[in-house]
Design a protein. Sequence first.
Lengths: 288, 408
Amino acid sequence: MKIKSIYLFTLPALLVMLIFYLYPIALSFKMSFTDFTGVGIANDVGWKNYDRIFSRQRYLDAIQITFTFSFIVVIIQNLIGLFFAALLFKMPTIRNFCRAALFTPSMMSFVIVGYVWQFIYSPYNGGLNSLLGSIGLESLQHTWLGDPSTALFAITATHIWMFVGYSCAIFLAGFANIPADIQEAGRLDGASAWQRFRYLELPLLAPSITINIVLSTIGTLKTFELPFIMTGGGPVGSTRTLSLEIMQNLFGQYKFGFAGALSIVMLIVIIFIVFFLNRFLKNKEDNL
Amino acid sequence: MKKTKLTGVALSLMIASSAIAKNVTLEVTAWKGNEAEPAGFGTLLPKFHAENPNIKIELNYISRGDTNVVLPPRLQSGKNAPDIMMVDMPLVKVWGDAGLLKDLGTDSSWFNNVLPSIKNSLISNNALYVQPIEVVGLGNFVNLDLLAKAGISEPPKTIDDLLTACQKLDAKGIVPMLFSAGLSGSMFVVANGIDLSDAEPWALGSGQSKFADNQGFNKSLDITRQLIDANCFDPKLQAGLDPWTTSLTEFRSGNVAMLPQGAWNMKAFDEQEGLNYVFTSLPSNQTTGIALDTFAMGWAISSTTKHSEEAQLFLDFFSRDENLAILLKEDSGYSPYSNGTSGLSSLAQGYNDARDAGNIVMWPVYMNHWPATMEAATIDGVASLLLKPSMDNEDILEVWDEVVEDSL
């Protein structure tokens, strides 16, 4: 009886989840089998939308681009974030100021960041090319967003710049949780700074690593803002992520049914990746 | 008996007059009328109210992007729809086909006066859901001072003139033109493709005719290669060039001689000190060049409005040339009606000449001649060509056919 009444207290939360999370997903799933245009009647089209996703190279490319973007950002953003956190942990006098400075870009609007970096990458008098020219590296000047081989990496760099402070803040919180006596014991045993970081701090940062990797993976798999603003998915679809494809189908082409099918594919991909990633990282934590 | 009749008549008149004098508020949504794009609404709405004192207009600014998100749920609910909405042709197709817009009827006084180039395309499923209020020109902005430096006295109108101009400008170290795949390049390829095509644009957009087999579009891509060979632009720089920021800044700064873009930029260019420019037609095989017109916007009435008659009065107000001219002047647009006043200054004479000669191509996506998905496909196709000019036309055009097939 007592256990039953405890479960009753979860009902409001379950109800909220049902209405605001599960119901929209079920609705999207239902919509993905129709030709709904956002208004009017939705006609049943069976598996046609899914068939189109897996039979057209364009959508498979979008999935691959999303994975590439996500992989690069998750790895580099977290490595740089960890580097800054380790550095700032050792410098308490400037830690708070630097943490705030690093965190600021992540609080800025994607629109502003996108446009500013678009000007920096501009082939005509853009900041990056001008800088390279002024230090005698003209040979490295490039059409960063205009070349399909560099456009995705240019956007990736912007995303990393924007969110590296976010990762750093989480790692710094992890460093703060490391007991001082463990550090002290390491020093007394004669461990070098690198050895203390590698064998003491890094294993104890495992929960922070898990949070950072899971959050940045989910965030990057869903990304569309920077590609939308900086390149519109071009050139030649080289920066067209799955989320951007969904946006363009929804609000540019009014293909709500098809966008629904793409959303379901994306949801399955994200659940699959995050589930196994989380399991892998948790196992690592438990084995420490 | 007589007294009773008189009382009855008097009562009827009172009821009728009170009905006429009843105050009505019309909710109008538009992506014009804010501070950035006033479009003369500050003058027009008080004028309308002065003429119709019992009708109050509640104008709600909703950006074009937000229109896609905000209005469909309201329309779909059937109870909370605005009375009048600013629409473009893609919206007319989606909302009209779903029965959410009122059929305005082709017997309207203004319909017979609509420009022939757009008249038939306004009819969707045997119904007329939109009253056009603006046509926008997409043409070639030309910096006359830079042309003069290269010894060129007239803006190029034909392809041969353009190739010669590019060579002369390039020889003087002046960047001849910007050709972003995102707009300028797509405009040029589409306009010339349709102009040279033996198939109608709606035949290509419905899959009845194939892009891959189309002589016009094959030729248009070949002309683009000729422009590359004549050093009109660096193709690799154009593939990812932003047409809305960098391109406009470069032209406004006097760094480039020619820029295919929309007439709506004229107001901003007019304010640029020292910029001596004209807005002219896109170079083509026609001696006047081509005017690439596009349907910018119109008014539609919700099928569930309770104020149909008053909404009709609002539309009639905008169909009158003296009112529409105020909007068009502030918005640098063309009237969608024959003999309507143009909102463009004399700097657009070259573009006007092409229109007057009938050398008009309508931007097919915004006339619903091509599916909306073709916009991105065109941009990708032109970008592919710019990145690899040696690629086969077939490789580009077959993708366009595939996109059309997917939309059917």
